[in-house]
Design a protein around this ligand. Structure first.
Ligand code: ADP
Length: 458
C-alpha cells in the first residue's frame, strides 16, 4: 500500500514538473520573439532624426510583421508618442506602466504570464542614441493560441499521468496480492512446522527470492523431520536397551525373594545382578557421551603425541587380550602429533582395540599401528576375528547397530561404541573407514591431519 502511495505522490510531482517545464519553454520562446520585435522597432526608430508622433507612426506602419496586441512608443518623460490601440488610445498621455518606467531608467524588461487561457507577454526597452535617452518602446502581446496550446498540453499531461497512475496501482495490486498470498502460504507452513508437523511441504513456482525462501524452508523442514525421526529412534532404542538389563535384575531379585534357594545359587544370582548393573552403568555412560557429542560442547583441543595414547590403551587392554588368549601387537611410531582432545583420542583407540579383542577367536591376533603418511597421522586396528559381512559395513557406525545381536550382547555391547568413535573422529577433523582384512578379520583405518610441532620441523 505504501508503495502505491509513493508512486501516486511521485506521479503528482512529475505532473507538476512537466507542466511547469512546458510553460517555461513557451515563455522563453515568447520572450525571444518579443525581444526581437522590440529590437527591430528600436533599431528602426533610432534611424529617425527626431522622435515625433507622426514619424514614429510611419516607422511602426512600415514594419508590418510586428504583430503585437499593443505597441507604444514614449518620449523620455513617459508621454505616449505612438499607441497602436484604437479604443483606449493613449497618445499624448503619460503612460507610466511599470515596464515603461523600468525601460526609461535604462533597463530592458520582459514579463510573461498565463491567465484565463491566454499568455500575456510584455516587453519594454529604452531608446538610447549616442548615450542619450530618447524614450522607450513598449510591446504587449495577448496570445490566446499559445494559451490554448498550454491548456491542451497540461490536460494531456494530466490525463497521461492519471492513466499511468491507474496502471501502476493496478499492477501493484496484482503483484502485492500475489506476493501476500505466497507470503501467507509460507507463514502457514512455518506455523505448521511450529506445531511439529514437518511433513508439510511448500509448493512454490518461479525463481524469485520468495521461491528460494520456500525451497530453503522445505529443506529445513526435511532436515528437522530427519533429525526428529533420529531422535525418536534413539529414545526408543535407548529405552529398549535399558529395559533388558532392568528386566533381568527384576527377575533375578524376584527369584531370590520368592524361592527358597541355597546360598551358592543365591550368590550366583546376586553376581548376575551385579553384572547387569555394570552393563547398565556402561550403557548410560555411552548414552551420556553421545548426548555430549550431539550437543556439540567442544572440549579444549591440544597437541597430543598420539603414540603415547596408543601405548596407554594397549597397556589397559593387554590383560583382556591375555584372558582371551589373543596376541596384541602394538607398534606406534613417534612424531605423530595431532591436534585433538586427549580423552577423545583415548576413547577412539580404546573402543576399536576392545572390539578387535571382543570380536576375535581364541588364539587370534590384534595389530595396532600408528604412522605418518603424507600430511596425515594414520591409525590402523587390525584383527584376525570374525569379520564384518559386506552388507553390514555401511551400517556399522549407526547407533545401536549390531551385526550379531546375541554375540554382541553376550560381549556386553549395545551397538554404541563405533557410533561414538565415528562422531569423535569427525569432531576432531578426522576420517574413519572399515574394510575386510585379507585372510579374515577386519581392519579399521583412522586418519587425522598431522600437526607438526616446531621441534619436529627442525
Ligand atoms: P558394541 O558395543 O555392540 O560392540 P559397536 O558399535 O562397538 O557396538 O560395534 C557395532 C557392531 O559392529 C558390533 O555389535 C559388532 O557386531 C560389530 N563389530 C565391531 N567391531 C568389530 C570387529 N573388530 N570385528 C567384527 N565385528 C565388529
Amino acid at each position: 500500500m505504501a508503495y502505491i502511495l509513493i508512486t501516486a505522490v511521485a506521479l503528482f510531482f512529475l505532473n507538476i514538473y512537466t507542466s511547469t517545464s512546458l510553460r517555461s519553454m513557451i515563455f522563453s520562446a515568447q520572450k525571444q520573439t518579443m525581444e526581437e520585435r522590440a529590437q527591430v522597432l528600436t533599431t528602426a526608430l533610432l534611424q529617425l532624426d527626431e522622435l515625433s508622433s507622426s514619424k514614429t507612426e510611419g516607422v511602426v506602419n512600415s514594419l508590418n510583421d510586428l504583430s503585437t496586441t499593443r505597441t507604444v512608443v514614449t518620449d523620455d518623460g513617459g508621454t505616449a508618442l505612438y499607441d497602436s490601440l484604437v479604443t483606449g488610445n493613449a497618445e499624448g498621455k503619460l503612460l507610466l506602466f511599470p515596464e515603461i518606467v523600468t525601460a526609461l531608467s535604462g533597463e530592458d524588461v520582459f514579463f510573461s504570464c498565463y491567465t484565463d487561457g491566454a499568455i500575456e507577454s510584455r516587453a519594454a526597452i529604452p531608446l538610447v542614441k549616442n548615450g542619450k535617452l530618447l524614450g522607450a518602446v513598449y510591446l504587449m502581446q495577448y496570445d490566446t493560441d499559445q494559451g490554448a496550446l498550454v491548456d491542451t498540453l497540461q490536460t494531456n499531461v494530466l490525463r497521461l499521468s492519471v492513466a499511468l497512475e491507474l496502471g501502476v496501482i493496478l499492477i501493484s495490486l496484482v503483484f502485492s496480492t500475489a506476493f501476500s498470498r505466497r507470503l501467507r502460504r509460507i507463514l502457514h507452513s512455518v506455523r505448521k512446522m511450529g506445531d511439529g508437523d514437518y511433513s508439510y511441504k511448500l509448493k512454490l513456482r518461479g525463481s524469485d527470492e520468495l521461491t528460494q525462501l520456500g525451497r530453503e524452508f522445505n529443506s529445513l523442514s526435511e532436515r528437522l523431520e530427519a533429525s526428529e525421526q533420529r531422535r525418536r529412534q534413539f529414545v526408543s532404542d535407548a529405552s529398549h536397551e535399558l529395559k533388558t538389563p532392568l528386566a533381568t535384575i527384576k527377575l533375578l531379585s524376584d527369584s531370590i525373594l520368592q524361592n527358597e534357594m541355597d546360598a551358592a545359587t543365591q550368590r550366583e544370582f546376586i553376581g548376575d545382578i551385579g553384572r547387569e548393573a555394570d552393563r547398565l552403568g556402561r550403557l548410560t555412560q555411552k548414552l551420556l557421551t553421545l548426548t555430549k557429542l550431539d550437543s556439540d560442547v567442544s572440549d579444549e583441543r591440544e597437541i597430543i603425541n598420539a603414540a603415547q595414547t596408543v601405548q596407554k590403551v594397549a597397556r589397559m587392554l593387554r590383560p583382556l587380550a591375555k584372558l582371551r588368549r589373543i596376541r596384541l601387537e602394538c607398534t606406534p611410531e613417534e612424531g605423530c602429533s595431532i591436534m585433538t582432545v586427549e580423552d577423545d583420542l583415548y576413547q577412539i583407540v580404546f573402543n576399536l582395540v576392545e572390539n578387535a579383542i571382543k570380536y576375535n577367536r581364541e588364539g587370534g591376533w590384534v595389530g595396532v599401528k600408528l604412522f605418518r603418511q603424507d600430511e596425515d597421522v594414520v591409525l590402523t586396528v587390525e584383527d584376525s576375528g570374525v569379520g564384518i559381512p559386506p552388507e553390514a559395513m555401511t551400517h556399522i557406525f549407526e547407533r545401536f547397530y549390531r551385526v550379531d545381536k546375541a554375540r554382541s550382547r553376550a560381549a556386553g555391547g549395545a551397538g554404541l561404541g563405533l557410533s561414538i568413535v565415528h562422531d569423535m573422529v569427525g569432531r576432531n577433523y578426522g576420517t574413519i573407514g572399515v574394510a575386510a582384512r585379507v585372510g579374515g578379520g577386519t581392519v579399521f583405518t583412522v586418519r587425522f591431519p598431522l600437526f607438526e610441532t616446531e621441534e619436529e620441523t627442525t
